[in-house]
Design a protein around this ligand. Structure first.
Ligand code: GLC
Ligand code: CA
Length: 535
């Protein structure tokens, strides 16, 4: 069964186009490559795909530096290829979401080039955040870029422009009505081409406050925003709400207007999901109020330890918070910005957690390769591409590890991804992880996902919320056991390294590892494993 509307409890498969499949041997994935593999995606059992950016871009930040948001970069193909991809996906029963990047353009966008020429005080500069230097020549304020280094770059005539990310990604000035109306043109452009919705990049960043004021602790907020910096949670949570460029009230006005635009396509179920890293977590609910967006990413599982108490808190809080605005949560274990889940918590653990999460109410986002249990790629520093690596002068390795191309077939790297040289190296160690090998192995992670998604559709979609059976506050059979009941299915996740016996009978639908011993109304849940039991 599919949920209604389709996105309510959808499984959405994120494709990073450069890493999916290369159709022409230049070493980079492309739109034709994606189209040729859509049957594979459909067989997985997902409802929709989300495509990371494929727009015209100098590719300084993996395409999130957009030079023309209404065209396709030649490395990926052209608009006809995009149209074809959308049509084929639809014919296979899948919806298509595209990424939009409204916080910034590339410095190669015609607007920014015009702004450079037009000079200070011009209408062209007013589309971005250009300001004069301080009297001593320093930037207008002390903010630090999320990719490291200052948030301001000086142009020839001495003015500075703001960029929260790389210097090649000037932030747009959303107070300027021209910016808003140009973006509406972009949204309509893709809707006319047939897409079913959008993933909104840095959705919480469009409106800035105190642009000309120093922050008392710029390094502190920059660190607090990063997942890879260990920081006392109290310090982190005290700093996050003070970030003057994220989660300002003004962003919601923008999404109310966008919602009207989406709803004006009356015969279509258009949806949008916000990438909004906000704190405290309750703030995320504002993005999905009934007159705003449809979904907001929940990033809590991207860095959650594989610990029962922690996961219990995340799951209950996510469901309760979203329920307060009549929305359902979203779940993601990996994406193109964070270490892959199999590397972060372990392969077996990642299978158990995935099977648990796929049973929960709401939408699940699956990052291409996650269904193969891929770990992060091993990348020599000389092959790195992420601007984070360069802007921090190597102090942070960046996100390339999660972006290594997919292994499709054969016995040696690049495993059928390309007939040329892949843009990031694949390792021969992935020999057993190819789609080809995993397709014929009933115990593979790929078949675990395929079966789980089918069972999810058959037994769990639209079955309402969960009831806890085992958690740090329920049951207490073991402190490493989490269990919920949803509809007619009980879901048990044993996080410990030893099997746990519970009173349970019914039909075993699926397990992520081990073998289940069932007799006399009891079942043993194998070590580090999740099982679904139908009653
Ligand atoms: C988002 C994207 C990330 C990108 C950044 C700047 O966080 O997911 O990949 O670097 O925005 O656009
Ligand atoms: Ca290619």
């Amino acid at each position: 069964m599919k949920s209604s509307p389709w996105w309510k409890e959808a499984t959405i498969y994120q494709i990073y186009p450069r890493s999916f499949f290369d159709s022409n041997g230049d070493g980079e994935g492309d739109l034709k490559g994606i189209t040729s593999k859509l049957e594979y995606v459909q067989e997985l059992g997902v409802d929709a795909i989300w495509l990371s950016p494929f727009y015209t871009s100098p590719n300084k930040d993996g395409g999130y530096d957009v030079a023309d948001p209404r065209d396709v970069d030649p490395r990926f193909g052209d608009l006809a290829d995009a149209k074809k991809l959308i049509d084929v996906a639809h014919s296979l029963g899948m919806k298509v979401l595209v990424d939009v990047v409204p916080n910034h353009f590339s410095d190669q966008h015609v607007w920014f080039q015009q702004a450079l020429k037009a000079g200070r005080g011009s209408a062209e500069r007013a589309r971005f955040h250009f300001y004069d230097a301080n009297d001593d020549g320093t930037p207008p304020n002390n903010w630090i870029s999320l990719f490291g280094g200052p948030s301001w770059t000086q142009v020839e005539d001495g003015q500075y422009y703001l960029h929260l990310f790389d210097s090649s990604q000037p932030d747009l000035n959303w107070e300027n009505p021209e910016v808003a109306s140009d973006y509406e043109v972009t949204l309509r452009f893709w809707l006319e081409l047939g897409v079913d919705g959008f993933r909104i990049d840095v959705a919480h960043g469009l409106v800035k406050e105190n642009l000309l004021t120093n922050h008392p602790d710029p390094q502190g907020i920059s660190d607090a925003l990063r997942l890879d910096v260990s920081m006392d949670p109290e310090i982190r949570y005290a700093l996050l709400p003070t970030v003057p460029y994220f989660d300002r009230q003004g962003v919601h006005e923008i999404y109310r207007k966008w919602r009207k635009l989406f709803d004006s396509y009356q015969d279509r179920e258009i949806m949008a999901v916000a990438e909004a890293w906000v704190h405290p977590p309750v703030n995320a609910t504002r993005y999905v109020r009934p007159d705003e967006l449809h979904q907001v990413f929940n990033f809590d599982l991207l860095d959650a330890p594989f610990k029962a108490d922690f996961l219990y808190e995340v799951v209950t809080r996510s469901i309760e918070l979203m329920d307060s605005v009549g929305a359902l949560p979203t779940w993601a274990l990996s994406n193109h910005d964070s270490p892959r889940v199999a590397s972060r918590i372990g392969e077996v653990q990642a299978r158990a957690l995935a099977l648990f999460v796929l049973a929960l109410p709401g939408s699940c986002y699956v990052f291409a390769g996650q269904e193969l249990g891929l770990p992060d790629g091993e990348i020599p520093d000389s092959s790195r591409q992420d601007p984070i690596y360069f802007r921090t002068k190597g102090a942070q390795k960046g996100r390339d590890g999660a972006r290594v191309p997919l292994p499709w077939s054969g016995e040696a790297a690049p495993f059928g991804f390309t007939s040329g040289k892949p843009w990031l190296p694949l390792t021969d160690k992935w020999k057993e992880l190819t789609v080809e090998k995993q397709s014929v192995d009933p115990k593979s992670t790929l078949n675990l996902y395929r079966t789980a998604l089918k069972l999810r559709a058959d037994h769990l979609i639209s079955q309402g919320s969960i009831t806890w059976l085992e958690s740090p506050h329920h049951g207490m059979k073991s402190e490493s056991l989490l269990a919920v009941r949803r509809g007619n299915v009980s879901i048990y996740m044993n996080l410990s390294e030893s099997p746990v016996e519970v009173e349970l009978s019914g039909k075993l639908l699926i397990m992520s590892a081990g073998t289940v011993d069932a007799r006399d109304g009891k079942m043993t849940i194998p070590a580090i494993s999740t099982i679904w039991v139908h009653h």
